[in-house]
Design a protein around this ligand. Structure first.
Ligand SMILES: Cc1ncc(COP(=O)(O)O)c(C=O)c1O
Length: 473
């Protein structure tokens, strides 16, 4: 009876009918930031491996040439188009570049896609705990001394995984850290999901490849003007072996890659090559207008974005001065003022200014925040903060060993001392709090229950956290 309905299409239409001012991914803003050749008649481009249209898994024609152009633009030796986001790129890098039991060093604030890669490869993670900023509650770059200590303590590492810049736009990879990793002879595999636009403005954090990374995976759909899921993977240097990466991608990706996604990568590359400086420059300018306007409001604070240290198009706004959590502020902005942000945290909001953002959108956002600030001026300033992160739990199993071992759900109150059989993350930004194979401590359980109780978006086998998957003793 319901076959005449198209629930997803209808939900999308309902969403569009609200005409939100959108400050979120994909930052092409309803197509305005897409290369003009993509904008009309999309369906006609939805083709497949027809004569002359090449094959993503054995490219020798236009796909090969399009990938070569992308490699040349980013200074890579080789670029692979991806049709399952940066997620598949990260998984393929780990599968191709590491073997079961080999150690890889990674800061704990990786995206959960990396956990998938660790499960596939069987690599043994050595987690670095990055410091957390006291004012914003965000992860900071791991201290160079901690990186050096980890490199010295684990001479048997096979690779290092890094996220740069992070979800909030912070540069996390310094030249010194990259040099230390290179000197240790290790391939540096970078999750640069938020960095497709970095080379096109001097204010941006330095691109990972220019710092000596062996690989960088970029979600072109996030900030580079391609369709959602369209990403690419750049390699520079001999490791990981490019032919193994190609085989890993052939294993993990569909045999029917979407030409819409691939053509969007080709056109996004062309648009960035031809007009990237102008388009990214405009986004930086508009973000500047937004930043200055927000910072002038009583009760609103904007995180600094010093040149080279942070991406200025990621605008992080503290809402505690208004007596509002980020979640509450996001809900009011959405419901009352038709403004959709990219992400809300306990204490802040993240707005993304992209290639498609217009001056009118920024004006509308400022108007919305002005009203919010007027209506929510607390009598007494209360500091809204999230619960402090618990000390990380002890790793008992590698993520792959955990994946393969028997597991059962238990109530959280019974889970202390047991080994987690799942990833538990807050999403966005998708950073795990619990990695599979870690022994759950009372502090970790208390923390995840607290974030759930406060309404944080938890991603877990049971998102309501009535149960946690653990390994049978
Ligand atoms: C830091 C980071 N890495 C990787 C990913 C996964 O990228 P994709 O959505 O392109 O698969 C995301 C997605 O939000 C991310 O924020």
């Amino acid at each position: 009876m319901k076959q005449h309905r198209a629930p997803l299409f209808e939900a999308l239409k309902r969403h569009l009918a609200r005409e939100y001012a959108g400050f979120h991914f994909p930052a092409h803003a309803g197509g305005r930031g897409l290369p003009p050749s993509l904008a009309g008649g999309l369906a006609r481009l939805d083709l497949t491996e027809l004569p002359g249209l090449d094959d993503l898994h054995a490219p020798s024609g236009p796909i090969a040439r399009a990938q070569e152009l992308a490699a040349a633009l980013y200074g890579a030796d080789r670029t692979f188009f991806l049709v399952n986001g940066s997620t598949v790129g990260l998984q393929a890098l780990l599968l191709a570049g590491t073997a079961p039991g080999q150690k890889v060093l990674l800061p704990r604030n990786v995206h959960r896609a990396v956990v998938g890669g660790l499960i596939l490869s069987g690599a043994d993670p050595v987690y670095l705990l990055p410091p957390v900023s006291t004012d914003w509650g965000l992860f900071l770059p791991p201290a160079p001394a901690d990186v050096n200590a980890a490199l010295a303590a684990h001479p048997d590492l096979a690779a290092v995984i890094w996220t740069h810049p992070d979800y909030h736009g912070l540069a996390t990879l310094t030249a010194a850290t990259a040099a230390a990793i290179r000197e240790a002879g290790l391939p540096l595999l970078v999750d640069e999901a938020h960095g497709a636009h970095l080379p096109f403005h001097p204010h941006m954090p330095p691109p990972a490849l220019t710092l000596g990374a062996a690989a960088a995976v970029q979600s072109v759909h996030k900030l580079g003007g391609a369709l959602t899921q369209a990403s690419w993977l750049h390699l520079k240097g001999p490791l990981p072996d490019p032919s193994r990466v190609a085989r890993a991608l052939a294993l993990l990706e569909t045999s029917s890659p979407s030409y819409l996604l691939m053509v969007s990568l080709d056109l996004a590359r062309r648009q960035l090559a031809v007009s990237g400086t102008r388009l990214v420059g405009r986004a930086v300018e508009l973000a500047g207008v937004l930043r200055r306007g927000l910072a002038a409001l009583d009760g609103v604070a904007v995180m600094k974005a010093d040149a080279g240290q942070a991406d200025p198009t990621k605008v992080v706004v503290a809402t505690g001065g208004l007596g509002l959590s980020g979640y509450r502020a996001a809900a009011i902005l959405r419901r009352k003022y038709g403004l959709q942000v990219e992400m809300a945290g306990a204490t802040y909001l993240l707005l993304v200014v992209g290639l498609g953002t217009r001056a009118a959108d920024v004006a509308r956002a400022l108007q919305a925040f002005r009203s919010l600030a007027r209506e929510h001026r607390p009598v007494r300033r209360t500091r809204v903060i999230g619960p402090p992160l618990p000390p990380p739990a002890e790793k008992v199993l590698t993520p792959r060993e955990s994946w393969l071992a028997a597991a059962k759900p238990v109530a959280p109150v019974q889970a202390a001392g047991l080994v987690a059989a799942e990833t538990i993350s807050i999403c966005p930004p998708g950073i795990p709090v619990v990695f599979p194979g870690e022994k759950l401590t009372p502090e970790v359980i208390e923390y995840i229950l607290e974030i759930r109780a406060r309404g944080f978006p938890v991603q877990a086998a049971d998102p309501g956290l009535a149960s946690i998957l653990v390994h049978c003793e």
